[in-house]
Write a protein that binds this ligand. Structure first.
Ligand code: FAD
Length: 558
């Protein structure tokens, strides 16, 4: 019996924890695939999901206009050629209901729901060194022990609550885009205020503006956004993609961002103004997330080159928005182009030409408080019936620091990460054996097509677990040295770019008090994949592998 089991017993626990091989926390893209692969390996698996169903991001984010910004045909699983052939996306960028429908289909098709307990949040996970197992507790009082714990908790699943006084005094309705009510929200005839102009705000503002009596947009930081050029998918294009699906998937995995983008050969400064603008015109018209960012090869590393792209977008804004003062207010000037997550939109800038839309610059006139009647800034009060917080997420670390996680030697993850996250490969955390993060900080994660990153991580983790079981090993733990080297490498690569110059959520800058660390790995997906393969091929270099002792039962064979 391990220490934690003893501790539970002294707390007069009424029933022993259930014992399984693996616990999977989360049932989005990552959790679902982890269940599928672990079960195929012959492991007993238990899943916990705070939401009422599968889908993760796509279960929670039901705000008007929610859709993907990586093309639907790329933003889906590749592990099953049959699934790939039988599912047909209807639009270039699928809506939230369609993506949720897809994930529900996957859950049914592969019978993934049966091991998942919904509406159940994992609150604690503690490593028992003697037993070499994780003991996991939920908000429903479940206690489960598992050899492996897989945190498929997502990068953008912890909605960031606004830090403004007086919300509870507001007489109207308050919503967060990341926690949108399933029954929908009646906006017609309402005076609505939106706080936040990141991806969720940019997607929802044009749709809400068409419905409401008046929309007031409270903007602190303008963002660069490009037209999505969304459209129904032509059956011929779908058929053609299905015919060369495998080839296309290989090309995706060989490209930096997990989507096929032609690699630019030229510097933005190597061509004259006319040629550069003509090139940007073509990139703008692609409607692809990485089209503009990858228009030239130095936009993310050279400030002068970057300025040409930033100025191109600002000129587009001036061209679209009738009121020059509003256009200027919408024009980003405080961060380099592409260093905050770029957005794709439908009619975002044109929406500010509508008579029923007002833009409020809360950098110039900050919000002082939410009042019973609406929002008060230093410039006056805006009376509202509904407030929508499009304030985003406590990204990447938030979901991993939600539960109280205690590793070897009683080390708390919250303490270990007090100055910022530290991982090895974004997958493992030194001192937390057999705990795996899917797309954790230090992995390419949010900088790439996450469907590709997720499949990659789950495959690496499950292959690692298979190796441990074949060799009768009890645990695997990253060494502190390997972790330090990886963190240094992640920082060194980030510092070659302009990304650390932006106060972005990649840097933790949207959450007061959060350490400023550039969290994702920007070295590109193929390079990252190569490093991960190399680590595994060299007997899990940078990890300590511990054999099962006589006291610990060797993991049951598959
Ligand atoms: C609006 C929006 C649009 C996006 N569009 C794209 C896109 O186009 N392309 C792209 O690549 N990425 C996109 N993303 C990123 C998206 O999050 C990922 O693509 C992907 O859905 C992540 O899947 P996941 O399973 O890793 O995490 P999630 O889908 O976030 O699922 C994690 C789940 O874990 C659960 N969970 C967390 N903590 C606990 C706990 N303690 N106990 C129990 N359950 C817990 C959560 O409830 C959640 O359901 C988008 C994100 C948002 C918010």
């Amino acid at each position: 019996m391990g220490d934690l089991v003893d501790a539970w017993e002294t707390r007069s626990v009424t029933r022993a924890p259930d014992d399984v091989d693996a616990v999977v926390v989360g049932a989005g893209f990552a959790g679902l695939y982890a269940h599928h692969r672990l079960r195929a390996l012959g492991l007993t698996v238990r899943g916990f999901e705070a939401a009422g169903g599968v889908g993760g991001t796509w279960w929670w984010n039901r705000y008007p206009g929610a859709r993907c910004d990586v093309e639907s045909m790329d933003y889906c699983y590749s592990f099953s050629p049959e699934l790939e052939q039988e599912w047909t996306w209807s639009e270039r960028y699928a809506t939230q209901p369609e993506i949720l429908g897809y994930l529900e289909h996957v859950a049914d098709r592969f019978d993934l729901r049966r091991d998942i307990q919904f509406e159940t949040r994992v609150t604690e996970a503690a490593w028992d060194e003697k037993a070499q197992r994780w003991y996991i507790t939920t908000d429903h009082g479940d206690r489960v022990s598992a050899q492996f714990c897989i945190m498929a908790t997502g990068c953008l699943s912890e909605a960031k609550q606004p830090e403004v006084d007086g919300i509870e005094t507001f007489r109207g309705d308050v919503f967060h885009t990341g926690r949108w009510p399933h029954e929908g929200v009646e906006l017609a005839g309402r005076r609505v205020g939106v706080i936040g102009t990141g991806s969720s705000g940019i997607q929802s503002i044009p749709i809400m503006a068409r419905e409401v009596e008046h929309l007031t947009v409270f903007q602190r930081t303008p963002n660069f956004t490009m037209p999505a050029k969304n459209a129904p998918l032509e059956p011929e294009a779908v058929a053609a993609r299905k015919t060369r699906a495998r080839e296309h998937r290989d090309a995706m995995r060989s490209s930096r961002a997990g989507v096929v983008v032609p690699m630019p050969e030229h510097s933005a400064l190597a061509v004259d103004d006319d040629a550069r603008d003509a090139h940007y015109d073509r990139a703008w018209e692609t409607g692809a997330l990485y089209g503009m960012v990858a228009a030239f090869n130095d936009l993310l590393i050279d400030r002068d080159a970057n300025d040409t792209a930033a100025e191109y977008v600002r000129a587009r804004i001036r061209e679209t928005v009738n009121d020059p003062a509003v256009a200027e207010c919408l024009s980003p000037r405080n961060h380099p182009f592409g260093t905050k997550r770029p957005c794709l939109d439908t009619d975002y800038y044109a929406t500010f030409n509508r008579d029923n839309v007002t833009l409020v610059d809360v950098r110039a006139t900050p919000i002082v408080a939410i009042t019973p009647a609406g929002v008060r800034t230093t410039d006056g009060e805006f009376e509202l019936d509904t407030i929508v917080f499009a304030t985003g997420f406590d990204a990447m670390t938030g979901p991993l620091l939600g539960p109280d996680i205690t590793g070897a030697g009683s080390l708390k993850l919250r303490d270990k990460w007090a100055a910022g996250p530290r991982t090895y490969l974004g997958i493992a955390i030194a001192g937390f054996p057999n705990l795996f993060a899917v797309t954790g900080p230090g992995s390419p994660s949010v900088l790439v097509n996450m469907a590709v990153a997720i499949e990659h991580h789950v495959d690496w983790i499950v292959d690692c677990i298979a190796t441990l079981r074949e060799r009768g090993l009890a645990s695997i733990d990253a060494t502190v040295e390997a972790e330090d080297d990886w963190v240094d490498h992640v920082n060194a690569v980030a510092n070659l770019t302009l990304f650390p110059h932006a106060n972005s959520w990649y840097m933790g800058a949207n959450v007061p008090g959060k350490p400023r660390v550039f969290m994702p790995y920007i070295g590109g997906f193929p390079r990252y994949d190569e490093i991960c393969r190399d680590v595994a091929a060299h007997d899990y270099r940078g990890f300590t592998l511990t054999p099962a002792t006589a006291q610990q039962p060797a993991p049951s064979s598959p």
